[in-house]
Design a protein. Structure first.
Length: 238
């Protein structure tokens, strides 16, 4: 579908967290490499190339051209099993064994599914680390650039970017709390911690450091509300 240049297809491919491309058809390799290059220009580096190893020389050439990608050559057996053969020894074994001997490949080659599971775990960890580092960097830059209500508005955008608990880490939450505290947005601190409490798989709200900042924010918010002659909204019945 990439060949047709349809905008929804290209947009989905270019912005996918992970792209898996089968390069077994040598005639389509130039086009596929072109699209992978565009993904790289967007900063999307999680790219996997598959190649059905029917020719050792082609596999080695493709591996050399795929230095920036995860390259996985594979073979199929007469039992329709898919096996990953990555190093040169495995590739040579897979090339020279006769079809009736494919059961001998098992000790030399990893099942393709197992390889995928292992690879996706590594990619997930890398992606989460990148997302966390980006969020931390952005929070610190906003704190340097904005103050008061302008910073509060920018921090609301940061909160919206935290879409999964994998990137909600203690350092990110602490930096957000510090940022709210610096502009005396105690309501923002309270709401942030109470949002954490509602997440079923997140226990950050129970950490001592975050509980301390939550208690501090409750105290200060209550003080400011009383000074202004109104009741804190989180203390209202119902």
């Amino acid at each position: 579908k990439l060949d047709f240049g349809e905008t929804p297809v290209l947009d989905f491919f270019y912005n996918a967290d992970i792209a898996v491309v089968d390069m077994s058809d040598v005639f389509r390799q130039p086009t596929l490499f072109y699209h992978l290059g565009i993904r790289e220009s967007f900063g999307m580096t999680n790219n996997v190339i598959l190649y059905h190893n029917t020719d050792l020389e082609t596999a080695q050439s493709l591996k050399a051209a795929s230095a920036n990608y995860h390259f996985i050559p594979y073979v199929t057996t007469t039992n329709d099993d898919f096996l990953c053969c990555e190093n040169d020894f495995q590739l040579r074994v897979s090339e020279f064994l006769q079809p009736s001997w494919d059961s001998l490949l098992g000790p030399f080659c990893q099942p393709l599914l197992d390889k995928f599971i292992s690879l996706l775990k590594d990619i997930d960890v890398t992606s989460c680390t990148f997302a966390k580092d980006t969020l931390l960097s952005d929070i610190r830059k906003l704190r340097e650039k904005y103050q008061g209500e302008d910073l509060a508005k920018q921090l609301s955008g940061i909160k919206q970017r935290i879409e999964s608990t994998e990137v909600i880490t203690p350092d990110i939450i602490t930096n957000l709390l510090f940022s709210y505290r610096d502009i005396q947005d105690y309501d923002g601190m309270v709401k942030l911690v109470e949002t954490l409490e509602m997440l079923p798989t997140c226990d950050l709200a129970n950490q001592h450091n975050i509980k301390f900042h939550y208690a501090f924010a409750l105290n200060r918010y209550s003080y400011h509300c009383e000074a202004a002659g109104r009741t804190p909204c989180f203390l209202c019945p119902g």
